[in-house]
Design a protein around this ligand. Structure first.
Ligand SMILES: *[C@@H]1O[C@H](CO)[C@@H](O)[C@H](O)[C@H]1NC(C)=O
Length: 239
């Protein structure tokens, strides 16, 4: 009980360190629905956010539900696999701050940062591949040899998928040399409520979108509610 209290106090202190300027990569808050059970839903949502922020940093992942009936809210927090718990907590605090200011009263929302993702819904979604939330991001500049480069991107991503889906974190990073362009760095990750097989399916589907999104571009990401992939021509992760 005491440690819980200390955690909550620490959480509030770290709220003070939030840099308002640090914007999310993207956020989706779909159904603005202020109807029925609004107050109770909001109270449950706030409780859920605190619960996730306290518990998730330990292993970089947590799912939890608060409340019942119409007011029940289900949530998921995921930090990038190479992030220390202190940074995980900071990222989740930012995510909570932005979700509460940008997606107020919403029954379903998701937000992505470089280091974490936070998602909640009044619907149950644990253990299912999310097809409802996807965001694509790409670098503006092109490589000189797009066909060869895209080939390498897919090759690296497939390698990483094969590593990630059998790893306990459902996470993998790696790199590869691409002639005339430089070193290519990649990252793939799934939320840990998925099985290895579902993780693989989710990542395969993300990779299939990466060329549509980012073909020939120096960097790209597919952000989802259950998995995400990213490649860049600079190292953006720690081993
Ligand atoms: C995903 O979207 C569909 C169609 O809008 C909806 O019926 C379904 O409940 C959603 N799933 C989740 C888990 O939110």
């Amino acid at each position: 009980m005491l440690s819980r209290l200390v955690s909550i106090i620490l959480l509030f202190i770290s709220f003070l360190h939030i840099v308002i300027a640090s914007k999310p990569l993207a956020a989706l808050c779909k159904t603005v629905d202020k109807s029925n059970s609004g107050d109770q839903f909001e109270n449950n949502l706030i409780q859920l956010m605190f619960l996730l922020a306290i518990k998730a940093p330990k292993i970089g992942f947590e799912i939890a539900s608060v409340g019942s009936g119409q007011a029940k809210v289900n949530g998921l927090a995921l930090c990038r696999g190479d992030i220390a718990s202190e940074w995980c907590l900071r990222c989740l605090n930012k995510a909570i701050f932005h979700l509460q200011s940008d997606c107020q009263y919403n029954k379903d929302a998701i937000i992505w940062f470089d280091n974490c993702l936070l998602r909640y819904s009044n619907k149950e979604f644990f253990g299912e591949i999310d097809h409802n939330h996807t965001m694509l991001m790409r670098d503006k500049s092109n490589v000189v040899n797009p066909i060869e480069f895209d080939h390498k991107v897919i090759e690296l991503m497939n390698k990483l998928i094969n590593k990630a889906y059998i790893s306990p974190l459902l996470f993998a990073t790696g790199e590869m040399e691409v002639q005339r362009v430089g070193r290519l760095y990649g990252l793939v990750q799934c939320t840990k409520d998925l099985s290895g097989g579902e993780c693989k399916t989710c990542l395969k589907s993300a990779i299939s979108q990466i060329l549509t999104c980012c073909g020939g571009k120096r960097g790209g990401r597919v952000l989802g509610g259950s998995c995400n992939v990213r490649y860049e021509l600079y190292q953006f992760f720690d081993y």
